[in-house]
Design a protein around this ligand. Structure first.
Ligand code: ADP
Ligand code: MG
Length: 687
């Protein structure tokens, strides 16, 4: 559509244009896309006596009533007007503010329709209602009034008028269909023009429903089809980057593992190797709940890459995790006849160490590199990068993933995440990726036993922790804060550790771990914890992701209501990592309904997907599992969490068109629409 500036619209002066600009509305198209946030229904009038009985004072009421006498001012400042209205059965008071003109325009003995809210102060008063002539209103009954997002200077009525006018500035052809007819028919979609018209001024409920459905379909379809085109492009790129799925090499690495892989792990390895050996570039999401054993899958893939002559790299979000991966990978690889060269690169290393490592990476001396964000700097150059793995992908932006894979040619990419997300969102976030899922946990794992307690049961919890420690197991206690704060009433690691150490001094060794400690101290503590020299680790959420100490069997989380459900689920994932029975104790220190509800969810289920869906219902999508920063595309009207039916329809349509032989002309028009759409909305998603 050609974009005409709003300034050209009849009735829009410089001031109005300025206000509209504040809402991001600069063109006629912007105006038409400024969809209502909700609608008010034009309901038939109710009897005054019924309105007085109704306890609900939040909803608009509609009455048809006669003005008993012309409105008069209350007091001398001429701000408030009042009169009485009657439907000849009952009478009601009415007031208006700053509407002096009504004393002239509202005529005694005349009937009108009044729409407004009952006053909260007086039971018998209708407050500042809108006024319609009976004839005018009766035409509207059954329809809806749009309610728009506004800014000071523009009233809802003005916005409504502006949008109505805006339609006159769009030539008919601009609503031309871009979808093939058979897709429209198959899904009974409204045409675009009536959809846009009805979203702004719906004739009735059905029209509104159809309009929403069509526009949501467009949102989903254009995105899904666009992603598809991207993916096709990728699949067409032939690469010389071939990582062979040689069986002997695979058996060799499997033979030095301290355990047998689960069937699920074997399956995903096969899937990934199939891709990587096929001559196309792999882009795969490896999903699996906490503790399902993703690291070893990554390690095997990295080893296979090395054996095919490539370098491989794995990026993790924290130093603690980088060190841990380095160690666990080293332990396994060192058992091989010929151990690959393993390197590590993190922010806390000295400049000298960095430079040395850069050299080794560039010369090809390092085969497998583990690191944090420090990997992303320009100085990290590979000789022959073949495979990039990102662990805990949800902690990284999409761009960081592509920065790393950009350090080689047609590099294979595996992203790993435990964060369970609803299916629609997975497609949206990882739309162009193939997905492999580790379905089950290693055999012999017992489900973690959960308890949600209040402060009065703390002593009991401590006794339980001591019992575990006596068995030779270890515990985590998580506090929200590092140190005491004047403003926030929550446990802090430093004071808590002192308290616990005093209490248990005879029986166990307590240490602290938090983000403000020096890296060397953190490493030292983690190492001693892994070596069982520490029994109880009092920590902040620094241990949230990835940390793997299978001998830890209890985690106690203080002020549990302060954490998101995703974080709680991840924290709980720190235990239950061996055949030992593990326990998670959530201490609730708030009596709020929401706190109770959320902790009930986590206490009753160990299933990440279930928790994610509940989290969504309670907190709304914005905060869902910390996905806000992850580059989730923003859809106009489509609700990616609730419009599953429309999403499925759009997905099916996108799949169908792809394989169908539609005419060249139709395909071109479609692809032009999709291209401009992707350009406009998803540049940031350069996948
Ligand atoms: P996550 O999927 O959360 O990253 P990890 O890769 O850290 O899980 O694995 C969790 C624990 O399970 C680790 O201690 C790992 O050594 C162990 N593990 C992985 N695979 C198996 C297996 N097939 N059998 C037994 N233990 C396993
Ligand atoms: Mg992990």
């Amino acid at each position: 559509m050609p974009d005409i500036s709003v300034k050209n619209i009849k009735g829009v002066g410089a001031k109005t244009a300025q206000y509209l600009d504040k809402l991001g509305i600069r063109t006629v198209n912007d105006l038409l896309k400024h969809y209502p946030v909700r609608y008010l229904e034009y309901k038939p009038p109710t009897k005054i006596s019924d309105i007085k009985k109704d306890e609900n004072r939040d909803e608009d009421v509609v009455i048809k009533a006669t003005v008993t006498k012309s409105p008069a001012f209350v007091g001398s400042n001429k701000k408030v007007l009042t009169t009485k209205l009657t439907d000849y059965i009952d009478v009601i008071d009415v007031i208006w503010y700053n509407s002096a003109y009504l004393s002239v325009t509202l005529r005694q003995g005349e009937s009108y329709i009044f729409v407004g809210k009952m006053s909260r102060r007086s039971k018998n008063t209708l407050e500042h209602p809108a006024i319609y002539t009976v004839e005018e209103y009766e035409k509207k009954i059954g329809g809806y009034k749009p309610v728009y997002g506004l800014t000071a200077g523009i009233s809802n009525n003005t916005m409504e008028k502006l949008i109505k006018t805006a339609f006159e500035y769009i030539p008919k052809m601009d609503f031309k269909e871009y979808l093939p007819q058979y897709i429209i028919k198959k899904n009974s979609l409204a045409d675009r023009e009536s959809a846009v018209r009805n979203i702004h001024c719906p004739m009735n409920k059905t029209a509104l429903f159809d309009a929403k459905r069509r526009l949501s379909f467009d949102d989903f379809f254009r995105f899904l089809y666009g992603i598809r085109l991207l993916k096709d492009k990728r699949l067409r790129i032939k690469t010389k980057n071939i990582i062979t799925d040689d069986k002997n090499t695979l058996d060799e690495i499997k033979s030095v593992l301290p355990f047998k892989l689960t069937a699920s792990q074997d399956d995903v390895i096969e899937e990934i190797l199939h891709d990587m050996s096929s001559g196309i570039v792999t882009n795969r999401l490896l999903q699996g709940d906490v503790g399902s054993g993703k690291t070893v899958v990554a390690l095997i893939c990295l080893y296979m890459a090395v054996k095919s002559g490539f370098q491989g790299v794995v990026m993790v979000p924290t130093e603690v995790l980088a060190k841990q991966h380095f160690k666990s990978m080293f332990d396994i690889l060192s058992k091989l006849d010929k151990t690959p060269n393993l390197g590590i690169l993190t922010g806390s290393m000295t400049k000298k160490e960095h430079l040395l490592m850069y050299e080794k990476i560039e010369s090809g001396e390092i085969d497998i590199l583990v690191g944090t964000h420090a990997l992303l700097v320009e100085n990290v150059k590979f000789k022959n990068l073949g495979l990039v793995v990102t662990d805990e992908q949800h902690r990284f932006g999409v761009r960081q993933r592509s920065t790393l894979s950009g350090k080689g040619d047609n590099v294979h990419v595996i992203v790993m995440s435990a964060t369970p997300i609803p299916r629609t969102l997975a497609i949206i976030l990882y739309g162009d990726l193939d997905i492999s899922t580790i379905e089950s946990k290693p055999v012999g794992r017992l489900p973690v036993k959960n308890a949600v307690i209040t402060e009065k049961d703390r002593e009991k919890a401590y006794r339980h922790i001591l019992l575990e420690v006596k068995k030779g197991h270890q515990a985590y206690i998580i506090c929200p804060m590092v140190e005491d704060s004047e403003n926030i009433e929550a446990e802090n690691v430093l004071d808590y550790a002192k308290k616990i150490a005093d209490k248990f001094s005879q029986n166990c060794k307590v240490e602290v771990l938090h983000g403000q400690m020096h890296q060397k101290e953190k490493d030292d503590i983690m190492l001693r914890y892994i070596n069982k020299e520490i029994d109880i680790l009092v920590a902040t959420t620094v241990i949230e992701v990835g940390v793997d100490v299978p001998n830890a069997t209890v985690i106690m989380i203080e002020n549990a209501e302060r954490f998101g459900l995703a974080t709680l689920h991840q924290l709980r994932g720190r235990v239950g990592r061996s055949v030992l029975q593990s326990y998670a104790i959530f201490v609730r220190t708030s009596n709020s309904k929401l706190a109770k509800k959320r902790l009930e969810i986590i206490g009753n289920s160990n299933d990440g997907f279930y928790i994610a869906s509940k989290d969504l219902a309670l907190r709304g999508p914005g905060e869902l599992f910390g996905l806000a920063q992850s580059g989730e595309p923003d859809f106009g009207i489509a609700d990616i969490y609730n419009d599953n039916d429309v999403f499925d329809m759009a997905k099916e349509a996108a799949d169908m068109i792809q394989c169908d032989s539609i005419g060249d002309y139709e395909r071109k028009r479609l692809e032009r629409e999709i291209d401009s759409y992707m350009d406009l909305h998803y540049k940031k998603l350069a996948l």
